[in-house]
Ligand binder design. Structure first.
Ligand SMILES: C[S@@+](CC[C@H](N)C(=O)[O-])C[C@H]1O[C@@H](n2cnc3c(N)ncnc32)[C@H](O)[C@@H]1O
Length: 265
């Protein structure tokens, strides 16, 4: 049973990768809900050498060799910020270029010594917007965001083991209530897309698992606003009666505002 489940996970990722050629050497990949680590393992193999794979999971699990991990609930904004800081490769605070020119012009204006010309206003606007835009560009360091997150089983047995290497049986939880599974999976997809919006390079890819239902069309529209190509996939290895599906979104567009993506209808 356990071996079958591992095969299932591994083949999902291999099939998607073979079809869409998701990974290239040297890329940075973020794997949301990485445990026990089959996708991360494939991503690591395909992006080596010089690639970076960062896995996030709510469970404490020993990651595959060469994969960096952060343990936490990805629905928490604090955890999301921690992951963003980590992928940007330095968790020191943001540094904005000095805006001395702006201060001087504005102060002068206040003292009545100088009226702002249109040119001054453009300079002021640039001094505010350019650092923000530059920072946004700097944050976009990720080539592929994967999300296979689905709620883990509550642990009811096995506490005595204190084992990081045997977490598997908690990982394929569905409640059996389709609507509940669907809504839970869409919430995780939204969090993953928000993260992808902030961190994916133009041209980057996004893969996320979801359980089919009423809300998935609205989510697909958001993906279409941000990516040039969006596919729905049910890998052959996924059981046919299961409502589990994947979105594969390719080629992140440049210059699309967050409002455009998240209000797309
Ligand atoms: C189906 S498993 C992932 C399997 C993995 N892709 C692999 O190839 O080995 C789903 C994982 O999502 C994780 N998960 C679910 N909700 C999460 C959340 N809110 N934050 C972080 N991880 C979460 C679970 O703990 C579980 O390990």
């Amino acid at each position: 049973m356990r071996k079958q489940a591992y095969d299932y996970l591994e083949t999902n990722d291999r099939q998607l990768n073979e079809k869409y050629k998701l990974f290239k050497k040297g890329q940075t990949v973020v794997d949301l809900g990485y445990a026990p680590g089959s996708w991360s393992q494939v991503a690591h193999d395909r992006t080596s050498p010089n690639g970076r794979v960062i896995g996030i999971d709510i469970l404490p699990v020993q990651p595959p060799k060469g994969v960096s991990t952060i343990q936490g609930n990805f629905l928490s904004p604090l955890v999301q910020q921690q992951v963003r800081d980590y992928v940007r490769n330095g968790d020191s605070g943001r540094s904005y270029p000095a805006t001395e020119k702006l201060m001087t012009t504005a102060e002068n204006e206040e003292n009545g010594t100088k009226h702002m010309t249109e040119e001054d206003l453009i300079t002021v606007e640039k001094s505010i917007l350019e650092p923000e835009m530059a920072q946004e560009q700097e944050d976009k360091v990720v080539d592929v965001v994967l999300s296979d997150m689905s709620a883990p089983w509550d642990q009811t047995t096995g506490f005595w083991k204190r084992s990081l290497s045997d977490p598997y049986r908690r990982m394929m939880n569905t409640s059996g209530v389709n609507f509940r599974d669907h809504i839970g999976s869409m919430e995780l997809c939204e969090a993953a897309l928000d993260f992808a919006y902030e961190t994916l390079k133009p041209g980057g890819s996004f893969v996320c698992k979801f359980f089919q239902g009423a809300e998935d069309k609205a989510f697909e529209k958001k993906l279409k606003a941000l990516f040039a190509k969006v596919h729905r996939e049910k890998p052959e290895s996924s059981r046919s009666e299961s409502r589990e599906n994947f979105f594969v979104a390719l080629r992140r567009k440049d210059g699309v505002s967050k409002g455009t993506v998240f209000t797309a209808v």
